[in-house]
Ligand binder design. Structure first.
Ligand SMILES: NC(=[NH2+])NCCC[C@H](N)C(=O)O
Length: 633
């Protein structure tokens, strides 16, 4: 890049990053192109380049240019925007080595890179950075100019299933999106702490222990803890509802039910859980086993999804003392008040207007003195801040809990910690429809992943030739199955609901996981057949890449680091996925025009260098999403 800057007489890279905010021309080709363009436009328009630089934005497609600028964004007074753009495009130099003379469209200027620019800058850059192309450690630095000041710290809390209950679609989405966000911030130079906040506390765990005492099976527990605990959970819950119905009936019939109630499962569970909160060793030991065994199994599933956690926290880990302390503080600060023996937060009295009403009146302590989900979250948030001193914290939780998290953040603010509340963000998402089976019975994540993998395995077997060459077809089918599920999940905006559709997600038609994997594997296969070394690719004569298809692939490759930067703002996996599918479409339409194997040697080297760069970027994008790119399928 530095050489290029010298050759074209542009300002040095260092000067560029001094002059423009978040400008990293040595890592991001578009920063380089933009900075150079802003300098020219400053001369052409007489406007301060600091205003021009952020006004240069993305186009909706390569046919609309590489960058576009709306004239009104430069705030030139007294002139008509459509006339301004005409003047500016005329004044724009004809001989700039990077940019063609811009075209005026209404009140926009559309800028196109010269044919060879993307090809010659981007391919060497990708060869140099490899897996790091697209990363930019500066985003997470406390001081981007001085790495010795250290990284900013972000907590990503995600997945957070409930022990003994099914790992449902909400947890699956949280796992996929959270894993992706953690990767995203890691690549942007943040110190990332991944926390799994398990649902592992409450009366239902007392009930579960009772079930185990009655019907537990040591062997089944060790073999498949998640399923066994779930079976116990379902059985005891059924029993409890039958019992409740019976008591209700008797009560209606005028019977005295107090003795029955005092000995009911519900009451026994409450007493058991009380023992747990009182730290009774025997009661805790049983619960601890359930928790530990469940975590072992969760870890196996997470590993299949390329996910790990730094901390398995959970509702059980919140200290009773801390909750009591904060409870008193809330009372002193008049944030909560007594209501029929319970403690509630009446937001309508604390927060003016509609917002106060919308936040409702959550309970923070029940009549019997026990804490709730919200109470635990309040303490946990503050404890995390003490422990990690985070700069930012993201909760990846379904939009069904929008209100809960709004209440949580507002209470933190009312406690006098607006600074902490401002660092917290709820990243929400919609529902997955149609995931439970017809009978309404739930499915475990492992079962779903196995079903999808089986389906992919069947498809793979249909092509005998290829199938024989795949080293470990089961493992590949598993990877493809997981990709199917993940890509379907990340295809739309997070907030949208979608329907779990096994046929659609495993299809090779359309923008699916298998199609993305296929696009990646296809480039690998060309590379295998071309039998070229890395040195040969590095010395390829890139000026041979003159075809429109080659140029367009390079223009897209240049956009990757910018796409990652945009994603840091949108926090949407679909931003990355949309880019990757654009890439795969450009690749698939290019193959007929850019033959590699069979072309003359120098041309073959140049084209392979281009495809190899595309292979790197596809792989980088897929790994960022949490997918495992396959080389053969
Ligand atoms: N800090 C939080 N409340 N995180 C979300 C936890 C999700 C909860 N375990 C559930 O399944 O609904």
């Amino acid at each position: 890049m530095d050489q290029l800057a010298q050759k074209i007489g542009a300002m040095s890279l260092e000067a560029m990053s001094e002059k423009y905010p978040n400008c990293y021309p040595e890592l991001n080709p578009f920063d380089f192109f933009r900075a150079h363009l802003a300098n020219i436009l400053a001369d052409v328009t007489g406007v301060d380049p600091a205003i021009i630089y952020p006004a240069l934005s993305w186009t909706s497609g390569l046919d609309k240019g590489d960058l576009i600028m709306a004239a009104p964004a430069l705030r030139v007074k007294g002139a008509k925007p459509d006339e301004l753009v005409k003047q500016w495009s005329e004044k724009f130099p004809d001989n700039d080595p990077l940019w063609e003379k811009p075209t005026a469209v209404n009140y926009f200027l559309a800028f196109y890179l010269r044919g060879d620019v993307a090809v010659k800058t981007v391919i060497p850059m990708i060869q140099k950075y490899g897996a790091a192309y697209g990363r930019n450690p500066a985003h997470g630095l406390r001081d981007p100019k001085d790495p010795s000041k250290g990284k900013k710290r972000i907590i990503v809390e995600f997945s957070s299933p409930n022990i003994a209950k099914p790992f449902h679609a909400g947890h699956l989405r949280s796992t996929i999106i959270g894993g992706f966000l953690a990767n995203l911030f890691e690549g942007a130079g943040w110190d990332v702490v991944r926390i799994n906040y398990l649902g592992d506390w409450g009366k239902q765990y007392g009930l579960l222990a009772l079930a185990y005492e009655r019907y537990g099976d040591e062997e089944a527990l060790n073999k498949d803890p998640i399923n066994h605990l779930f079976q116990l959970y379902v059985r005891i819950n059924n029993e409890m509802s039958t019992e409740k119905e019976d008591i209700d009936k008797r009560r209606e019939a005028g019977e005295d039910v107090s003795a029955l109630e005092a000995n009911s499962l519900d009451e026994q569970a409450r007493r058991y859980f009380k023992k747990m909160t009182d730290r009774d060793p025997a009661a805790l030991e049983m619960w601890r086993r359930f928790r530990d065994l469940s975590i072992v199994r969760y870890k196996e599933t997470y590993a299949r999804l390329n996910i790990r956690f730094d901390e398995y926290s959970g509702e059980s880990q919140v200290s009773e003392e801390a909750m009591e302390r904060i409870g008193r503080e809330m009372q002193d600060k008049k944030i909560c008040k007594e209501d029929k023996g319970a403690m509630i937060v009446d937001f309508s009295e604390l927060v003016p207007g509609k917002e106060g009403k919308r936040l409702e009146k959550p309970i923070v302590r029940k009549r019997d003195g026990t804490a709730l989900y919200l109470t635990r979250d309040i303490s946990e948030l503050l404890a995390r801040h003490d422990k990690y001193q985070f700069d930012r914290m993201i909760y990846v939780v379904a939009s069904a809990q929008d209100l809960h998290l709004k209440q949580l953040f507002k209470i933190i603010e009312l406690l006098g910690h607006k600074d902490i509340a401002d660092k917290c963000q709820h990243v929400n998402f919609g529902l997955v429809l149609g995931m439970s089976t017809r009978k309404g019975t739930v499915k475990f994540l492992d079962d779903i992943l196995r079903d999808v993998a089986d389906k992919m395995h069947e498809t793979m077997k249909k092509n005998e030739e290829k199938y024989k060459q795949v080293e470990n077809p089961e493992a590949t089918a598993d990877t493809l199955g997981i990709s199917s599920v993940m890509v379907q999940d990340m295809s739309g905006k997070r907030i949208n609901n979608y329907t779990f559709n096994m046929d659609a997600m495993t299809s090779f038609e359309g923008d699916t996981g298998p199609y993305l994997q296929y696009a990646h594997a296809r480039v690998s296969s060309i590379r295998r057949r071309a039998e070229l070394t890395d040195e040969e690719l590095a010395s390829a004569d890139l000026s041979l890449l003159t075809e429109k298809h080659a140029v367009n692939i390079a223009r897209l490759l240049a956009q990757w680091p910018d796409t990652v930067q945009t994603t840091l703002r949108t926090l949407e996996p679909t931003t990355v996925l949309t880019y990757l599918f654009k890439m795969t479409h450009a690749l698939s339409s290019s193959y007929d025009h850019l033959q590699v194997v069979g072309s003359e040697r120098e041309l073959m080297k140049a084209r392979m260098a281009l495809y190899d760069a595309a292979h790197t970027v596809l792989g980088n994008g897929m790994r960022l999403l949490g997918l495992t790119p396959v080389e053969r399928m």
